[in-house]
Design a protein around this ligand. Structure first.
Ligand code: BG6
Length: 506
């Protein structure tokens, strides 16, 4: 792999959960894999009053927590490159001091230093930090590069995303801005493009003539954990649909790009987002199901209702589940329904896309009751892999058809190091590859799809929100959303890729 140029990475929001659980372990993994520059430093900044020693100690513990087998000397060597600078992000004067701190660290990486700023704070601070970086002259580096990574959610709705883009473009050029969606850093998500564009067999059937419908599920078996404050401002629609689920849809639906150049790929993804049919206000109730988990007992333990979680309004109408039926208005996908769903406290943690192919036009094997469709399942997590379901003859007399599965599991490729999503993305930013990051126009288009739904929910108090007991597959009415009258139903995925149904290992 190409060695990145020497750089200083500045993390805003360094005392937060994301830094501890994802960013520092990811940078450490890059270090272990020898994929960091020869000379680098990480400067964490937040309002918490630690000193560098305490920060190193905390981050060291976080690394060991995520990688139990890490040798102590390696961790100590790495944490020696970490520094901490406490500051109030709202105080403009603090940025002058920050600038001095950053420049004092530049010595670690030589005279032509490069800078990466990682905004991992609450989103409300993104504009202020960006403007202050500009005022302190930290948006450019003499002789080197200067890039900024912005965490999701990018904006709260269409207008705030446009506004944030304007603020960012006032300080940084578009090619300096790396809007992150960690799903794009997942190997299995990138593999959707490889499956489609490195194999000749899929393209001829990857369209409305052969595909009946497509479902994408991203379910989690945890609740909102301690993120009540954030989640009340987000809900499943903003937290998962506007970002991760629409990313998966664009990769499944995009046209082959002319090259694997960052702009060529992102242009094709943009076209999908532009072709999403926006729902009219009166269509929202019948095409979008929103749910909220209510209390239940899972494995003998009482699980709190969403409304009883810390930081949540006891009368909250924020959705912890969303399922949407929609269409993509272009030649490839005209009339093919797409179904997406996501939720907290569902039975299991699974993200996958199921491509349902059309059934045979005339079914010959009357002894078999079910003329099942063929399905191609692209499993993002867990038990990462690909599964093809099709009918085979049951041995014996007559012609009875039995459904079988042919599967590939990533875990079968041994000796291949699979980087974590954040590791891949931070590396890409260091080497200046923005293919797996979002362009301003794509973020705005995604909001355009989501906004009519948000609006219908806020404007029309009669649009229902359904309760579902924690640990179930969401509101029952979501089953009707996908029922095309032809035994179509959601796949109920299990932990193991090849299994599905209500009764399986979760
Ligand atoms: C985050 C959301 O972006 O993605 C979380 O804010 C969600 O609510 C998480 O839990 C899911 O990510 P993953 O990688 O665990 O599927």
């Amino acid at each position: 792999m190409k060695k990145p140029e020497n750089c200083v990475i500045v993390i805003f929001g360094a005392s937060g959960d994301l830094t501890k659980r994802k960013l520092i372990p990811a940078i450490y993994d890059l270090y272990k894999q020898n994929n960091l520059p020869e000379r680098f430093a990480v400067l964490g900044t937040a309002s918490s009053q630690f000193d560098t020693k305490e920060f190193r100690q905390l981050m060291g513990e976080a690394i060991v927590e995520s990688d139990k087998d890490s040798p102590d000397n390696k961790v100590a060597e790495f944490t020696g490159k970490l520094h901490y600078f406490p500051m109030d992000f709202k105080n403009a004067e603090g940025y002058e001091k920050l600038s001095k701190e950053i420049h004092s660290l530049s010595g670690t990486c030589g005279s032509e230093c490069n800078y990466i700023y990682y905004l991992a704070t609450i989103p409300a601070l993104f504009p202020e930090i960006t403007l202050n970086l500009g005022k302190a002259g930290l948006n450019k580096s003499a002789g080197g590069f200067c890039r900024i990574i912005v965490e999701k959610p990018f904006g709260y709705d269409l207008n705030s995303a446009i506004e944030l883009n304007k603020v960012m473009h006032g300080v940084f050029e578009e090619d300096q801005i790396y809007r992150i969606d960690h799903y794009l850093g997942k190997e299995t998500v990138q593999n959707i493009m490889v499956t489609r564009f490195a194999n000749g067999i899929f393209e001829p059937i990857w369209n409305r003539n052969y595909i009946h419908h497509i479902e994408v599920t991203s379910s989690e078996n945890i609740g909102i954990e301690n993120r009540g404050g954030y989640y009340e401002t987000a809900g499943a629609l903003r937290d998962m649909v506007q970002s991760h689920l629409l990313r998966l849809v664009t990769l499944i639906a995009m046209e082959p790009p002319s090259s694997f150049d960052s702009d060529a790929v992102r242009n094709e993804q943009l076209k999908v987002l532009q072709s999403l049919r926006k729902l009219k206000p009166e269509e929202v109730d019948s095409n979008v199901i929103r749910g909220q988990y209510i209390s239940s007992v899972i494995n003998g333990n009482i699980v709190k209702a969403y409304r009883e979680e810390k930081g949540v309004d006891p009368e909250s109408r924020v959705e912890t589940y969303a399922a949407i039926k929609f269409y993509i208005d272009n030649w490839r996908w005209g009339s093919v329904p797409f179904y997406i769903r996501t939720g907290k406290h569902l039975p299991t943690r699974v993200t996958e896309a199921v491509i349902h192919f059309r059934k045979t036009p005339h079914y010959l094997f009357k002894e078999s009751q079910n003329n099942s469709d063929n399905q191609l399942i692209l499993r993002i997590q867990p038990d990462e892999g690909i599964l093809l379901k099709f009918g085979m003859k049951e041995p014996g007399s007559g012609f009875k058809v039995h459904n079988v599965s042919m599967d590939f599991h990533y875990k079968d490729i041994t000796n291949v190091y699979i980087p974590e999503a954040y590791e891949r993305l931070i590396y890409d930013c260091m080497v200046g590859d923005s293919t797996l990051f979002l362009r301003a126009d794509a973020v705005e288009e995604a909001w355009k799809f989501v906004e009519p739904i948000q609006k219908a929910w806020t404007d029309n108090g009669s649009v229902k929100i359904y309760g579902y007991p924690a640990g179930t597959w969401g509101p029952d009415v979501a089953d009707k959303l996908i029922d095309g009258g032809d035994n179509t139903s959601w796949r109920y995925p299990c932990k193991n890729l090849a299994d599905d149904g209500i009764y399986c290992e979760l």
